[in-house]
Structure formats: C-alpha cells, structure tokens
Design a protein around this ligand. Sequence first.
Ligand SMILES: [Mn+2]
Length: 341
Amino acid sequence: MESENHNDILREIIELMKAADSWLVISHEKPDGDTIGCGTALVRLGLRLSKKVMFACPDPCPYRYSFLLDGIGLAMSECLPDNFPGENGVFISVDTSAISRSFPELAKRPAECALINIDHHIDNGRYGDVNWIDSTASATGEMLTELMYASPWGLTKSEATALYAAIVSDNGDFRFASTTLRSHDCAMKLMHSGVSPNEIAEALESTMSAGTLRLWGRAMVRTDTFADGACAIYWLTSDDFTETDTSRDSTENMVNFLLRIKNVKLAALCCESTESGGTLKSVRASLRARAPYNAREVAAVFGGGGHDLASGCTIDAPIPDAVNMLRAEMSRYASGIAADR
Ligand SMILES: [Mn+2]
C-alpha cells in the first residue's frame, strides 16, 4: 500500500515537472548541504531538459557548498524573481519544512502554478499543492535520487555529485542514526552515475578558514557538561564572529562535536545572532541528541522544530540568559528521561 502511494506520488511529480516550461526551485533559509545539493541538482537537470529554471535561496550559499554552484551561479536568486516561474511553471521546494523558513510570500503564489513540496522533515507543514514528505529518508537528497531514478531523465555526474553532497552532509557521512540501507542504496546509484566520494569529501572537508578553527576553539573552551554528564552546551557571541572574521556559516556541524564527549546524549550550541541590527539580540540554538533523547521536543519548548535527533530554535534573550534558559530546559528534560527508566 505504502509503496503504491510512493510510486503514485513520484509519477505525479515527474509528470508535473515534465509538463512545466519553467521551474522555480526553492531552498530554506540558512541553507545547508541538503537543500543546496538538492536545489542545484534540480537546476542542472532543468537546464539539461531546456527548461527555464531559477534557484531561489533566501540566504547566501555557505562557502563549503559553493563548488556545487560552478557554472550555474547565474540561476541563483536571493529573492523570489518577479513573474517567475510564469504561466506554465511550477515551484519546487526542497528540504523546507515550512514556507516561513523560505519565502513567506509563496503563500500568495499564482493559483495556476503548482508548488511541489519535497522534504524529509517530520514536522513539514504540507503547504504544497503536491506534498512528498518522507521522514524515513536521511536527506531530501535520497528522495531526489529516487525521483531521478524513477524518471526517464537519468542522472549526469554533476547532478549525482550534488545529490551525494546533499546526502552526506545531512547524515554525517553515513554515520548518523538516520542512515539506512536506503541511504547506501542511493549512494550506490549515484556512484553508478559517476560520483567520486573522495572528490566530494575533499571538496567538502578542506574548506575551513583559519578563522573558523579559531571560532571553534572559542566555543570549545566554554564546553559545559551538566545533568550528570548527559548534557553539554557551548556558545558564541557576536564578538566571537567579528573577531575571528567568520559568520554563522562557520558553525555548521559544530554542535555535533559535543556528542563526542562520552555519555553526552543531548547537546546544544547557542549563537548570538549577528543579523539583528537592533539592541535586542536573539540567540539561535542548534540541538543534537542521541536516542532515547529527543532534540525536537526540547527545541519545541522554545517554538523551534526539526528532527528527533537534530533540531533548532530561536530564543529572544541576551546570550547569557538564553544559555541559562536552554540549560535549565535540557536539565529538566534529562531528569524526566532518567525518571522514566
Ligand atoms: Mn535535510
């Protein structure tokens, strides 16, 4: 039953993409490797099929993923382009759980253009006209690999490279709990299309600036463990970013490092927002968990969301207060888990 639905929805999406003259591909804010990899794969496919295609991404692409834009940078836009995708066009959002996480004005899109929503976030708001949501996929890149394989279009090496980068950046190089047989099956398919895992690893891993390493050092010396060693937290102020000449891009995957501490099951990185020009600064928190701990439940207390093991939230408070509030909530959560045992 489930696989029939799966095939039906793949067929429906492929038909919509085939019939449209233009595609407007949409990513989420603060783009990560999954949304950039999926978006650029679709742009490359669209160009190959002679579609008019644009990739709208609300924030700049992190330097780490800039190699995925080689040759297609002109198709990038930081706003929703006017009159695009046009009359016979579709919107395709990738890895985006809510319209508010990309372009809120998409809610007022022209009725004749369908929005195809492809995502693996369990809390996806199903805001599209067609919604393919699969929270068992370790990355939206897995879903797009399957879509491409089910289509008559095939996959070029550069499209496959973008999807492979999407997958490994979301499932921690096949190390996170989200990794399944299906993840490796997708990797095999992508290697059949010419992907070189080594080339991609080099492109992704050897892109750190010295400033980024200094930034990580500033967080690491503040490592604080609590709740009998089950929780860990560290934080960065906006001065840390300024003085190391870095931005929030430089914190990708930083929070995962805390889970390397023995027995830590819930970890958080708090970053003072460098964007708000006003005096009231907010704090962006990234959370990671190891089962049975659930990062999404903790983020939800502060109005955030995400996956069970990886989530985030924004706390409108100065950084010392935000860190204290989050630490208190993590402690409360950890003692609840301990009491259940
Ligand atoms: Mn993702």
